[in-house]
Design a protein around this ligand. Structure first.
Ligand code: GAR
Length: 206
């Protein structure tokens, strides 16, 4: 009888998308090394920015990593689609099973959303649906939570859909907000929870 090569490939390939420092990527790398990511393995890392530290983290771990940039002559919406299509083409060529946006700041659109429906997740540093959406990333999210007088904040891992931060929630982790918090102190407290959340979500996903 013929073996189906797909069945033989036991480990599921994970593409991790990054834009910056890559501490969430590092949490995944460390988790895979220490106790595994279930049936998953980080097969490749793609950045939408040149020379970010996340790429160095990947290289240090022996994971292939590279940057994909959209055609900068295109208008904004088309640029988004162009980058999404480039990522999709790579993901298909590399037989990627799951995509993890781990500190990835571009918004994806086009075919990748349907092709990787329920197989693509994102981590966001707030308790969605609060403080999400276009332009809400990094310090802005934490400043908005503080300005709103929130007593709690946290992070959310959710499936990626055609909206910005609107996909089905997989899990959330909550932290307290203190009266003397700055966006930086709140971000640091949430970051610790993000690292646990992303590992847990990836293990559940694969
Ligand atoms: C993380 O806090 C992540 O939740 C956030 O960017 C940071 C990246 O940190 N993502 C977003 O805001 C997405 N809208 P990292 O590069 O150290 O993982």
């Amino acid at each position: 009888m013929f073996e189906n090569p797909e069945n033989e490939r036991k480990m599921k390939n994970i593409l991790t998308l990054v834009s910056g420092n890559g501490t969430n990527l590092q949490a995944l790398i460390d988790a895979e090394r220490q106790s595994g990511l279930g049936q998953g393995t980080i097969a490749v890392v793609i950045s939408d920015k040149l020379n970010v530290f996340a790429l160095e983290r990947a290289e240090n771990a022996g994971i292939p990593a590279f940057t994909l940039l959209p055609d900068k002559n295109l208008p904004k919406q088309e640029r988004r689609l162009d980058l999404s299509n480039r990522i999709l083409a790579k993901a298909l060529a590399l037989q990627i099973d799951f995509i993890v946006c781990a500190g990835f700041l571009s918004i994806l659109s086009g075919d990748i959303i349907a092709v990787y429906a329920s197989r693509m997740i994102n981590i966001h540093p707030s308790l969605l649906p609060k403080f999400g959406g276009q332009g809400m990333y990094g310090e802005k999210v934490h400043r908005a939570a503080l300005d709103a007088g929130e007593r709690e904040s946290g992070c959310t891992v959710h499936f990626v859909d055609a909206g910005a931060d609107t996909g089905q929630i997989i899990l959330q982790r909550i932290v307290p907000v203190f009266s003397n918090d700055t966006p930086q102190t709140l971000a640091e407290r949430i970051h610790v929870q993000e690292h646990a959340a992303i590992v847990e979500a990836v293990r559940r996903l694969v």
